[in-house]
Design a protein around this ligand. Structure first.
Ligand code: SF4
Length: 462
């Protein structure tokens, strides 16, 4: 691991906690996220989410100013709750804190209670406060805290069901859809926490200002306490699963993100174990098709160096998957400081006999410096890697969040065997575009066309 110390972050590979909170809330039916902070926070979230998903994104703000920082934001929060209740009448208002309101030590729960007491005669929405101090951790923890807050406030023990709760993490709507398809193929009833598959990849509608009418419902969140188990696809977003286990005895399983063969095997194994289910032929066939796709692509990807950045579970999952594809992860970077991430990469490194540079809590400046040292043939990550890829003259395979310089981010899917097939095809085609000519010969890298032919005529394997 890189030991150099520096005292600033340059091009961070993470976002703040409220961003993760909003991402989680966009998958909840008829819910309004309300950021208790300055207007800029809400604008930043909406801007970033809209340019990624190309969908209208509703985020309310308490619009704090210099004066309210000094005197406290009680008036602003009360007024915002009143406005949102009257104008949009959602089923849930989820109030997240921000840098500013955490710094002044705002008592959000107390203010919310005051608001409820002042409106006893009204039919109020459910109001859930979520503490998301933005100056610690990252959007990953913001997502984690939000799912935990939802189940803490809503989950109720009643009659047991035959469902499995899945905490997806902030994966793409297409990946959520794929997870649901796998569960449907397995005949597994489920509750998705939270389901962005329809809300963030929706048909064109004229009523852009409506709250989402799809997504996880209040009744489903209530019922999570009665499920057979909870699987958190991200090991860094499993607090709600642990809470449900401690509080209601719902068995919890953390990760891994089903990327590639081994991780998808583990996910399907966990579902089958919890639900006492059999793996159907359709899924076995998809697994075989992924292996076939990997074999087809092997000669193009074999021993190519790949640098990967993004959220911790995505990076560790992608590190394992690219190793399965015969590639060599050279630098792996996540913005989150995480021992779990380091342990995961070390386990993969031992198993697969690779030794990537590990940056946990690193930024893209660190990553670029390491790539210059150890090299990379392709970069895998979000749009913030574009300038690094350009400078190093390597392709950027765009996946993760945010992607604002290409269309279709909400439809990128990599999870499960089918997502794996899609990833192998797309990544290999990127390598073909960049390193091979029209006839399929390598045009750059270690082997020139000339050496390939020399090898061929000398009877060597090429
Ligand atoms: S880092 Fe703080 S100020 Fe910036 S958007 Fe996030 S909450 Fe707002």
């Amino acid at each position: 691991m890189h030991q150099n110390k520096k005292f600033s972050v340059i091009n961070p590979s993470k976002m703040c906690q409220p961003m993760g909170a909003v991402q989680a809330l966009l998958g909840v039916n008829d819910t309004m996220p309300l950021i208790h902070g300055s207007q800029g926070c809400g604008t930043y979230m909406r801007f970033q989410l809209t340019r990624h998903f190309r969908e209208p994104i509703e985020v309310a703000s308490t619009s704090m100013s210099e004066k309210t920082v000094i005197y406290g934001g009680e008036f602003n929060l009360m007024k915002a709750l009143k406005n949102v209740t009257e104008k949009q009448s959602p089923s849930i208002i989820a109030v997240t804190s921000s840098c500013l309101t955490e710094t002044i030590g705002e008592d959000m729960e107390g203010i919310i209670e005051k608001f409820k007491e002042a409106n006893l005669d009204q039919d109020l929405p459910i109001i859930i406060p979520i503490s998301t101090p933005s100056y610690v951790e990252s959007h990953v923890e913001g997502y984690n805290r939000t799912i935990k807050a939802l189940v803490e406030h809503l989950a109720v023990k009643s009659v047991g069901n035959e469902k499995i709760n899945i905490i997806t993490g902030n994966i793409s709507p297409a990946d959520v859809r794929e997870v649901k398809n796998i569960l449907s193929d397995l005949n597994c009833e489920n509750i998705i926490l939270t389901d962005t598959s329809k809300n963030l990849d929706a048909p064109l509608s004229e009523s852009a200002l409506d709250l989402y009418k799809d997504g996880t419902t209040i009744e489903e969140i209530e019922d999570t306490a009665n499920s057979l188990g909870t699987i958190a696809l991200s090991k860094h977003m499993d607090s709600a699963a642990i809470y449900l286990e401690k509080q209601f005895g719902v068995k919890s399983i953390s990760g891994p993100l089903p990327l590639g063969i081994e991780n998808t095997d583990k996910f399907i194994g966990s579902v089958c174990k919890l639900g006492e289910l059999e793996v159907p032929e359709t899924i076995k066939r998809d697994r075989g098709r992924l292996i076939d796709a990997m074999v087809d692509a092997h000669s193009y990807n074999y021993h190519r160096k790949v640098a990967i950045f993004g959220d911790p579970d995505f990076v560790s999952g992608m590190t394992r998957f690219t190793c399965e594809m015969g590639m060599i992860p050279s630098v792996v970077c996540t913005g989150t400081k995480s021992k779990r991430f380091i342990e995961d990469i070390q386990i993969i490194s031992d198993e697969k006999k690779v030794s990537p540079v590990i940056l946990a809590g690193g930024d893209l400046y660190d990553m670029h410096r390491e790539i210059k040292e150890v090299g990379a043939d392709i970069l895998v990550g979000n749009s913030y890697g574009a300038s690094m890829a350009k400078e190093e003259d390597i392709p950027l395979f765009r996946v993760g969040f945010p992607i604002f310089d290409r269309l279709g981010a909400q439809r990128i899917f990599t999870l499960g065997y089918k997502g794996g097939i899609n990833f192998v095809d797309q990544l290999t085609n990127t390598m073909l575009d960049y390193y091979y000519d029209e006839a399929g010969y390598e045009v750059s890298g270690d082997e020139s066309e000339e050496t390939i032919f020399e090898g061929y005529f000398a009877g060597e394997e090429v």
